[in-house]
Design a protein around this ligand. Structure first.
Ligand SMILES: Nc1ncnc2c1ncn2[C@@H]1O[C@H](COP(=O)(O)OP(=O)(O)OP(=O)(O)O)[C@@H](O)[C@H]1O
Ligand SMILES: [Mg+2]
Length: 146
């Protein structure tokens, strides 16, 4: 069964993201789901920080993919919200990103391209509980790492 955590603040959601970043090995593909304002960007920023990314981190809604060089390897942060169709996905090179053996791919709105994803995907879903609380749902394979 997937595991659920309730967080009571942005910081607590960030802590989960940081912890997961420290546990994941490469290559890895993580999907991140959640409504507007759920905390996807909060999660992504803390996740990236813990992988060693400095400077601003925001979801690449218009550019679709943001690449961050890591000390070893690379983080691809993708936001597929604006992807029109399969051709567009192929043309921005998603296969290459997914194929890189030293990459962590963190993908928002991944359901648009589900068919392109590898079998082993880690999934994170964030749901609103109240103004300051969120439910973080982690897939089994992520829980096993914790
Ligand atoms: N427990 C919590 N966890 C995460 N964020 C929280 C929590 N409680 C309140 N917040 C607030 O919710 C907001 C989450 O915003 P964020 O930009 O991360 O959402 P998003 O999922 O990226 O939305 P969008 O789809 O619009 O980009 C922030 O303002 C944050 O401070
Ligand atoms: Mg966002």
């Amino acid at each position: 069964m997937a595991k659920e955590f309730i967080t009571n603040s942005e910081e607590e959601t960030g802590e989960i993201a940081s912890r997961l970043a420290g546990l994941i090995s490469r290559p890895a593909v993580l999907t991140l789901e959640g409504d507007l304002g759920a905390g996807k960007t909060v999660f992504s920023r803390n996740f990236a920080r813990s992988l060693g990314v400095e400077g601003p981190v925001s979801s690449p809604t218009f550019t679709i993919v943001q690449e961050y060089e890591l000390e070893s390897g690379v983080l691809y942060h993708m936001d597929l919200y604006r992807i029109g169709d399969d051709d567009e996905a192929i043309s921005f090179g998603i296969d290459e990103y997914l194929d890189r053996k030293d990459a962590v791919c963190l993908i928002e709105w991944s359901s648009r391209l589900q068919w392109l994803l590898p079998d082993e995907v880690f999934s994170i879903s964030i749901e609103h509980v109240s103004e300051t609380q969120r439910k973080i749902i982690l897939s089994d394979n992520l829980c096993e790492l914790m």
